[in-house]
Design a binder for this molecule. Structure first.
Ligand code: NAP
Length: 283
């Protein structure tokens, strides 16, 4: 398993399995299949409603805890967020059936961001979250969080795929010691990603699928990838990406697919900020 070293020395797999939009009733089976396929990094969130199913799959796998890397995410908390955050963390841990997390991410740059972050710093210092990070932070918010707090996020999980590549932002993050992690690495299939002629052509040169080219392209850039699939054969396909290398020419060709724009939503959009702020999880 290829790993990267985060800014606090913690080793994290470069490739893992995401469970967003997998219904809770299907998640235990999907995660069991993913673990059987070799995945050791699992990415869930309180907001996905499937942490307990992930926990059941972990338990029944019999895989030693130290061989797994489990990430979950804190949903938006009102001020003052310190106590809420600890409660939310404890709920997630209890759903997952674990006594610590490998990575705890602030899911959105909204609500009482500072209160959430300071509570997460405390969880990190206590060893309850081996690493802490953020998701969906744009450059201004990320730098603000870094310069005004003690612990620099280990990871920023952001939309990153061939049509929205974030190369400049990756460079800035790297200067700040923050590792980029891709969500929606396949753009959830938008823009006809899986039949894109350029990606398919590159795949043909290596006898690989479009999905494999995309995952190889991400990981070759040092971007942590967490593809989601409910199908065991695709899980295996998506895991089999380290036996070939894209050439400089192919990397440059893929770079030309970048549109510089989100295919999902813009976290600067007031309507999105309002929608996410109003979303509340059941206690
Ligand atoms: P994604 O991984 O870009 O795409 C998943 C889609 O691709 C599914 O429809 C899946 O279908 C299909 N697929 C997977 N492998 C394939 C293959 N080899 N060939 C053809 N189709 C394939 O989407 P995502 O789930 O949005 O992103 C990945 C993970 O990132 C999530 O699961 C979650 O953990 C994380 N995420 C985080 C945030 C955040 O705000 N932090 C937001 C979104 C996602 P099947 O399932 O039918 O195979």
């Amino acid at each position: 398993m290829r790993t990267v070293t985060l800014n606090n020395g913690v080793e994290m797999p470069l490739l893992g399995f995401g469970v967003y939009q997998i219904p809770a009733e299907d998640t235990e089976r999907a995660v069991s299949d993913a673990l059987a396929a070799g995945y050791r990094l699992l990415d869930t969130a309180a907001a996905y409603g499937n942490e307990a199913a992930v926990g059941r799959a972990i338990k029944s796998s019999g895989i030693p805890r130290e061989d797994l890397f489990v990430t979950t995410k804190l949903w938006v908390q009102d001020a003052p967020a310190q106590d809420n955050t600890r409660r939310a963390f404890e709920t997630s841990l209890s759903h997952l059936g674990l006594d610590h997390l490998d990575l705890y991410l602030m899911h959105q740059p909204f609500g009482d961001v500072y209160g959430q972050w300071r509570a997460m710093e405390a969880l990190n210092r206590e060893g309850l979250a081996r690493a802490i990070g953020v998701a969906n932070f744009y450059p201004d918010r990320l730098v603000d969080l870094i310069v005004n707090n003690e612990i620099t996020p280990a990871v920023n999980q952001i939309e990153t795929h061939p049509f929205f590549q974030r190369a400049d932002y990756q460079e800035l993050m790297s200067e700040q010691g923050v590792r980029i992690q891709s969500w929606g690495g396949f753009a959830e299939g938008r823009n006809d990603l899986f039949t894109n002629p350029l990606l398919a052509g590159i795949g043909k040169e290596h006898d690989k699928s479009v999905a494999q080219v995309v995952l190889r392209w991400l990981t070759q850039r040092g971007v942590i990838a967490i593809p989601k699939s409910v199908r065991a054969e695709r899980m295996a396909e998506n895991f089999d990406v380290f036996d070939f290398e894209l050439t400089e020419r192919q990397m440059a060709q893929i770079a030309a697919l970048d549109t510089g724009a989100s295919l999902f939503f813009d976290h600067h959009d007031p309507e999105i900020v309002t929608r996410l702020a109003k979303h509340r999880l059941d206690a």
